[in-house]
Design a protein around this ligand. Structure first.
Ligand code: DCS
Length: 291
């Protein structure tokens, strides 16, 4: 398996990170996870635009042009023969000695790119069967719109969910539901979709954006607006979404059955629309080879 370190493809066990790297020391960096179906990137531009936007928000310069980055990531995909899988890429601010919180004015490096790719099949069983979730107070910082590699708040929430035998932790700030530890959350009430607006309190998921678009086009009313924990608890259907989870139903919340405990009809319809979008963008056979 080969990975990218800056513009070099190297064997995974030969790739090294400097202990003075600010990503390693401070979690000072940004990342993306991009999915491939049938060897084709899905929503590539959206992910890369978000990477550059996250970097700009923390005054970090991505060391490559978008064209060069695409060339590098395509070489990574080709080298590892990725059909249906994920590319993980991150850019750290680079090496600084001695360790200092302050970002130097004349920073010697523009950032260090590392990326890996692996084949990961679609979790089709789970897309239908769904999973459990718990609710937790959202104690993360107030810039969740940045896809930062500093993920302690997310990790602790996800781990609490895991310890409770759940797939995800649905987070709320007081009464208002925000998102999950590593995905967005939407609810269905009276056939309409509700999901938190794209502000500083959530990561504006690319999956969520595609879902909202295809759902609206199909005539489903989409509210990107506040909804409460009580709305969540009384929802007809709940689903979570991310690059790897696609549209995954939540069939149990804090030990209580959601709806009739099965994937609901609107969630099923939305996943079907999402799959059509995958085929539209990645080619007709994309979902067949993705098994
Ligand atoms: N919210 C958070 C906190 C996330 O970490 C993610 C994705 C999302 C929402 C959904 O965003 P996308 O739809 O753009 O994927 N997390 C990525 C991760 O860390 N692994 O897989 C996806």
């Amino acid at each position: 398996m080969k990975v990218l370190v800056n513009d070099q493809l190297v064997e995974r066990d030969e790739a090294k990170v400097d202990i003075e790297d600010r990503g390693y020391q401070f979690g000072d960096g940004v990342y993306e996870v991009v999915r491939l179906y049938n060897g084709q990137f899905f929503t590539y531009e959206e992910h890369i635009d978000r990477l550059y936007a996250s970097a700009a928000k923390i005054e970090l310069t991505i060391p490559y042009s978008k064209d060069k980055l695409r060339e590098l990531l395509e070489s990574l995909v080709k080298e590892n023969n990725i059909q249906t899988g994920n590319v993980y890429l991150q850019v750290s601010r680079g090496i600084q000695m001695p360790r200092n919180h302050v970002i130097p004015d004349a920073f010697p490096l523009e950032g260090i790119l590392t990326a890996s790719a692996s084949n990961v099949p679609r979790n089709e069983g789970q897309f239908v069967a769904g999973g459990k979730a718990i609710t937790l107070e959202d104690v993360r910082w107030l810039r969740c719109d940045i896809k930062s590699i500093s993920l302690l708040g997310n990790i602790l929430a996800k781990n609490k969910a895991h310890q409770a035998g759940a797939l995800e932790a649905i987070l709320h700030r007081g009464d208002l539901v925000t998102e999950c530890s590593a995905s967005n959350v939407s609810i269905i009430k009276n056939g309409e979709l509700w999901t938190h607006g794209a502000d500083n309190l959530i990561l504006n998921g690319i999956t969520r954006q595609v879902i909202n678009q295809v759902a609206s086009e199909a005539g489903i009313t989409v509210h990107e607006a506040d909804f409460t924990v009580q709305d969540l608890e009384t929802a007809d259907e709940i689903f979570i979404s991310s690059t790897t989870l696609e549209v995954t139903p939540i069939i149990n919340l804090n030990g209580q059955t959601v709806g009739d405990g099965k994937r609901g009809p609107v969630t099923a319809r939305i996943h079907e629309l999402f799959e059509k979008e995958i085929e539209r963008r990645c080619g007709e056979g994309a979902l067949i080879t993705a098994k």
